[in-house]
Ligand binder design. Structure first.
Ligand code: ITT
Length: 208
């Protein structure tokens, strides 16, 4: 495994494997910790006392993921990674896309975002959508690598399920009868956009 994944050492006697995740999103952090838990302890920005909102001014997931990872790398001088993700709805010209987190304005609200999306799609037959994630990893030398994941599905008409975060209660992946929010963390982590990107990232850091 690459050495730059060790970022600090609490007791100076061992090297805990810790990796900085440039995010304040607890739902993402939980899913990433679940996938990587056996190998790496993920520390997000809140864990390291950083609550600043990182400007996400790019017009693509990859661009915003790079901005977030660069922010972490420059601030902490550590190898780190970020996740920029969102929902693209075909009938809405791929909106909310990079605006998914703040679709219904600030402060961010999953409930208001979902209500707005259901309202926009009211009466529409084409409810096809896809979730996309881009993970950007910056190694200790400052080199950036990106990993993508995507899953197709549809926006259902009413929220179902209690698990997950964001738009999970209204997104049903293609070929499944459950929404992401009706799936356990383990089930979602087998098939989601984030899981696909994380598997590529995992292969990169552990097999290189
Ligand atoms: P960070 O930038 O701090 O990581 P964020 O929530 O602002 O957190 P994004 O800018 O990447 O992250 O916005 C992604 C939004 O897309 C997120 O807030 C959710 O609303 C939605 N989203 C992404 N992945 C999702 C998932 O697996 N399930 C449900 N909604 C998701």
């Amino acid at each position: 495994m690459k050495d730059d994944l060790y970022f600090y050492n609490e007791n100076h006697t061992s090297k805990p494997m810790r990796l900085l995740f440039c995010s304040t999103n607890l739902g993402k952090t939980q899913e990433i910790q679940y996938k990587f838990g056996k190998f790496i302890d993920i520390q997000n920005l809140l864990d390291v006392g950083c609550e600043e909102a990182i400007p996400e001014t790019a017009n693509s997931f990859e661009g915003n993921a790079l901005l977030k990872a660069q922010y972490g790398y420059e601030k902490f001088k550590l190898a780190c990674f970020s996740d920029d993700s969102g929902l693209e709805v075909i009938a809405l010209n791929n909106q909310p896309g990079v605006f998914s987190a703040r679709y219904a304005g600030v402060p961010k609200s999953d409930k208001r975002n979902m209500d707005k999306l259901l309202f926009e799609l009211k009466g529409l037959k084409n409810r096809k959508a896809c979730f996309k994630t881009v993970i950007v990893y910056i190694d200790s030398s400052g080199k950036a690598f990106s990993f993508e994941g995507k899953i197709e599905g549809e926006i259902i008409e009413e929220k179902r399920g209690e698990h997950g975060f964001g738009y999970d209660p209204i997104f049903q992946p293609k070929g499944y009868a459950k929404t992401f929010a009706e799936m356990s963390l383990a089930e979602k982590s087998e098939l989601s956009h984030r899981a696909i990107a994380l598997e590529k990232f995992h292969a990169f850091i552990f097999k290189k």
